[in-house]
Write a protein that binds this ligand. Structure first.
Ligand SMILES: *[C@@H]1O[C@H](CO)[C@@H](O)[C@H](O)[C@H]1NC(C)=O
Ligand SMILES: *[C@@H]1O[C@H](CO)[C@@H](O)[C@H](O)[C@H]1NC(C)=O
Ligand SMILES: *[C@@H]1O[C@H](CO)[C@@H](O)[C@H](O)[C@H]1NC(C)=O
Length: 300
């Protein structure tokens, strides 16, 4: 006995948060003489400041490092730029990335992604900032592990405490609860690993730690397959857009189980059992949902 549920509604309101960012086209309009750095045209606006609140006061500050012929400038939560140290009239200055989102693993902030930098062949330059504990606050190192992808090490005493980069404490109560529920669902085997990852991603997006991908999501369609015994719930995501909906479905499923227990008690009370079998035997053979069928037959 299988239940196949198709959802096509309950998705309104999710898209409301979507924000399209463009650099204002008046940017740099006063720079007639291509003065140093003024040619830099950001493609996007930086994401809002997010993550551990003790890092917020780094916003608006900039740290530079000169390595060989380049001076790099990191402005946390804003941008990374590169300036060729040369007196050539056309010395290169460029944007390596604009503050985009956090990278997280194992409940820990592991890096700050700065994306949508200057064009580099068919893609845009991007950079990951690694935070390292040190007694001084400074940009310590810049490398380019693969073409046009930069890696920066930013040192600061602000990340020395062992809990300073934990994700969970930065979330509000509601989002913590949602994360707890996702963990519980995974623990009970009610969601697939992919489903769990999607639920947690939603939490991070709502917290502003990850840039929302909801804009890119397609019209909603989710199919969930509920196996008989209430132990296993396989959720197939036809669209990431409906992940949250699927989670509510899961919560409904818990309610449904309670309803089944209620029906069972009712049936027992009215001595409704199949053939010679006792209610307990029938349960064993049919599973919970079998009783639903029985109830339907009874109603008909
Ligand atoms: C980079 O960030 C700094 C600090 O917030 C800001 O003053 C500067 O205009 C930004 N540059 C670009 C090209 O976005
Ligand atoms: C996850 O973090 C905990 C402590 O925060 C640590 O003990 C554990 O080894 C980490 N696991 C992985 C896979 O990094
Ligand atoms: C159910 O069966 C029991 C004993 O078999 C009987 O005493 C009771 O009255 C029955 N209840 C109903 C609602 O028929």
């Amino acid at each position: 006995f299988c239940l196949l549920i198709s959802l096509s509604t309950a998705t309104h309101g999710i898209a409301g948060k979507m924000k399209i960012v463009e650099a204002p086209n008046t940017f740099g309009v006063n720079n007639n003489f291509l003065s140093h750095g003024s040619r830099l045209q950001a493609k996007v606006l930086p994401s809002p400041v997010s993550g551990p609140s003790h890092l917020f006061h780094l916003a608006g500050r900039c740290f530079s490092l000169t390595q060989s012929v380049y001076r790099y400038e990191l402005c946390p939560f804003h941008n990374i730029t590169q300036h060729e140290q040369s007196f050539r009239w056309n010395a290169y200055s460029g944007i390596l990335g604009i503050w985009h989102e956090w990278e997280m693993a194992n409940n820990t902030f592991t890096g700050m992604w700065m994306r949508d930098g200057d064009t580099c062949g068919t893609r845009n330059r991007e950079a990951k900032v690694l935070l390292a504990c040190s007694s001084q606050t400074k940009l310590a190192q810049v490398s380019e592990p693969s073409t046009c992808v930069y890696s920066l090490t930013f040192e600061t005493p602000l990340v020395c405490h062992p809990h300073s980069l934990l994700v969970y404490p930065t979330l509000n109560e509601k989002l913590q609860k949602e994360w707890d529920e996702a963990e519980q669902a995974r623990y009970e085997g009610l969601v697939t690993e992919q489903g769990y990852n999607n639920l947690v991603r939603d939490v991070f997006e709502d917290a502003g730690l990850l840039k929302s991908q909801k804009a890119a999501r397609k019209p909603p369609r989710v199919e969930a397959e509920v196996e008989t015994h209430g132990r296993h719930l396989l959720i197939l995501y036809r669209s990431a857009w409906m992940r949250r909906g699927a989670f509510y479905l899961l919560q409904d499923f818990h309610k449904q189980r309670e309803e089944i227990a209620r029906l069972r008690a009712l049936l027992t009370h009215h001595n409704i059992t199949k053939g010679a079998k006792t209610t307990a035997e029938a349960q064993q053979l049919r599973g919970d949902v079998g009783l639903l069928e029985l109830a339907k037959q009874d109603a008909a």
